[in-house]
Write a protein that binds this ligand. Structure first.
Ligand code: HEC
Length: 112
């Protein structure tokens, strides 16, 4: 029981730290010059913390994105609604930003 609580508080503070970090850097998700959203930039702001620049970091059990077998639509769903310890991004990123960041994630893939 004690262990379970300790885990809960660790997870909670991680989420709090993450939400502070992302609001402080939300400028990075603004459209890049030319009006297009920059998926690579969004990825380095919101995702590298757990997934790493190359998608392989795997912090707090994050999946290795370079070997993900998910389709583009499935990735959009995970990023939008979250899964397990990954938080949802539907209130953080717009639909276009989620599309763009998933597009970037797909460039990290080393397998088909
Ligand atoms: C707090 C850490 C954390 C952050 C930040 C994070 N993720 Fe995740 N991500 C995870 C975890 C953990 C999983 C595995 C979830 C599971 O086991 O069901 C995951 C899974 C995924 C998957 C599914 C991969 C697969 O093959 O199943 C995708 C795609 C993904 N993340 C993309 C992103 C993107 C894009 C961002 C930034 C917008 C992001 N993640 C930010 C922790 C994180």
């Amino acid at each position: 029981m004690v262990l379970k609580h300790a885990f809960f508080f660790t997870a909670l503070s991680a989420v709090l730290i993450l939400s502070c970090a992302s609001s402080a850097e939300s400028d990075a998700a603004l459209p890049a010059p030319g009006g297009r959203v920059n998926g690579a930039k969004i990825f380095s702001t919101y995702c590298t913390l757990c997934h790493g620049k190359d998608g392989k970091l795997g912090l707090s059990d994050a999946k290795d994105l370079s070997i993900s077998q998910l389709s583009k639509d499935e990735m959009v769903a995970v990023v939008t609604n979250g899964r397990a310890t990954m938080t949802p991004y539907k209130n953080v990123l717009s639909k276009a930003e989620i599309e763009a960041v998933v597009q970037h994630v797909r460039t990290l893939k080393t397998v088909e």
